[in-house]
Ligand binder design. Sequence first.
Ligand code: URA
Length: 279
Amino acid sequence: MLPKSNRHLQKKGKQVTAEEKSKVYNFLKTASSWSYGYPSPTFKEEPAFEDDIEIPEEHEEIKAQEQVQVQPQISQIPAEQNSAEKVPSQGATLESIAAKIALCKNCVLCKARTNTVPGEGVKNPYVMVIGEGPGEDEDKTGRPFVGKAGQLMNMAFQGLGIKRQEVYITNIVKCRPPANRVPEQDEAETCLNYLRNQVILVKPKVIVLLGSTALKNVLGKEYSITASRGKWIEQKGIMYMPTWHPAALLRDENKKIEFWKDLKVVVKFFNKSGVEDEK
Ligand code: URA
């Protein structure tokens, strides 16, 4: 199926766009990887697909306009009272926030860290992903979600037509908690201001909250991940989708299906993917 914005294009014979080919490829890759339980050996580097049909420039403009219309009011995100820095200081960038995080000694997590893990990705993405905190692999590399849980998450996103490079990924805390324990309240609160500023600068269309720590620290202690997952929550003009943390999927196979379904709701919101619903 063509994305909504391209549905006016008349297809002749078996003509398909590069985007469609990529989606089918990634869907099959994910299905294959999920059945193997590890990255599929059959599907490795994605080939450079080409369009069979040309998308006229005027239609690209329509697509851009549609994207602008669904932009929620990220500027309304609340800045915490008592926080040292309520809004990004003038001229703040994601890089300058990362530089501050690299020097941060605001909580005990700085003591055992190898690297800080500020987050990575693009500005103005469809999706910003917020996890709990770096694990061992993330601490070693300084990059979020690169371990087993991250690989699983990447596969799910890819299968739904979203590449890792198209999202922004970060965590509640930017330093690894010892032995991967849940961050303490004071650690999370101290670190939240970096996250607030990242959200303001990244301007995602929706935010996916991975697991209970992300949900409770971003939206409030009254939320439970079991009851909230898969349901949109709108707060201050921002659309949030809570779902399982990918590490939970590694422990409980049944959660994989629910995780996949929750992400599909996100993708459907933007009509970005041609992946069909399960019957
Ligand atoms: N778990 C998280 O919550 N974040 C990461 O970056 C990696 C694992």
